[in-house]
Design a protein around this ligand. Sequence first.
Ligand code: MN
Length: 430
Amino acid sequence: MLLDELESEGLIVNFNKLPETLSKHLPKEVLIWDETLRDGEQTPGTTLLIDEKIEIAKMMDDMGVHIIDVGFPAVSESEREVVRRIAAEGFTNASICAPARAIRSDIDASIQAGAEEVPIFIATSSLHLKYKLKKNWQEISEIVTDCIEYAKSHGVIVNFVTEDTSRTSIANTVDIFKTAAEAGADRVVIADTVGFLRPESMRYLVSQVRDRLWKETKRKIPLSVHCHNDFGLATANTLAAIEEGVVAPHVCIAGFGERAGNAPLEEVVMALEILYNIKTGIDTTKIQELADLTSQYFAILLPIHKAITGENAFSHEAGIHVHGILSHRLCYEPIPAESVGRQTEFYMGKGTGSGLVRTKLQQVGIEATEEQVHQIVLQVKETHQLRNKREMLLQLQRAQELLRETRLGLKEDEFWGIVRAVTGQQPGKP
Ligand code: MN
């Protein structure tokens, strides 16, 4: 690869390979666990058709995703149908997982739909126990044992997920994970449900849980992590967790998910491959295709400056950068765009310099003098700057309104229409 050549020729220094920057707990192999079809679909305003879910899941399987969470069977008949249809596909690489609350009927729904893996989840922070579950710790422990033993007796892989792990005491987390491990859980999942950790506190949490749990159970139960992006730290926290030995990170393509979303698949995978030298088994050249397909079916645009999959991630306008790239593309790009199924693109505008103009002219066989090139550059800059800014902003506003309408769930009047039809009453003032 281009990058390795630059390194071996001594043209760049790669601090990521220095032993002192690599944690001794880094795993050799990582299983990519995708949550796009479950947590991703919980992105407000989105809904996927069954065929769309199947197509996305197939693409994930093709590119080597190891575990795909395809939907929550207890929620609805259509979710059960999705899981059944995807499970019937007989995937090559991916195992199909469908979550369940720690309730036997939820577990039944997941198993009957054909899931190979069932993540059983229950919240463990005192906040959730007091206000949401209204249960004490003893009750929670009994439920966990019962549900995991029940699911295991049906022969599925059981992942035990503690919701809000990142705001639960380490003692309680270790205690409940130990209960889960003893009941037969195959993996335990640490969830930073509201994106509350920073990388160093994630490392602390994971290392404490890992050391105590493995010691107390005399078994190295594999650890997984589920990170949210509320502070923009989902990727950093996921990687921090992997540095402490987590082997099954949850991701969503393009970082879709509730609120600010989940750790983006493309960021976690490419960071592992390029910055950590850990093979993920993912065909990274399919990343953009997966992001585009999901964006289309979610009817949500990818953020333009999104790392790796955003439109601008491999685009350049500034003359100095374009000149650098035209001399050697890795002057201003960390990886070749093709490695994620992209192409380097150049924008013409205020920042354009003569290098790009000369290259473009050469490509189509136009000969121009230095003075002509200079004139062309000046006019390109001018044309960009003379654009009617007011008109552009108005257009942007109209596009934003349209997009908002596209992705809204029910409008208020639609909701009150349903209420009127069902109750026969007119709503008063709230
Ligand atoms: Mn989540």
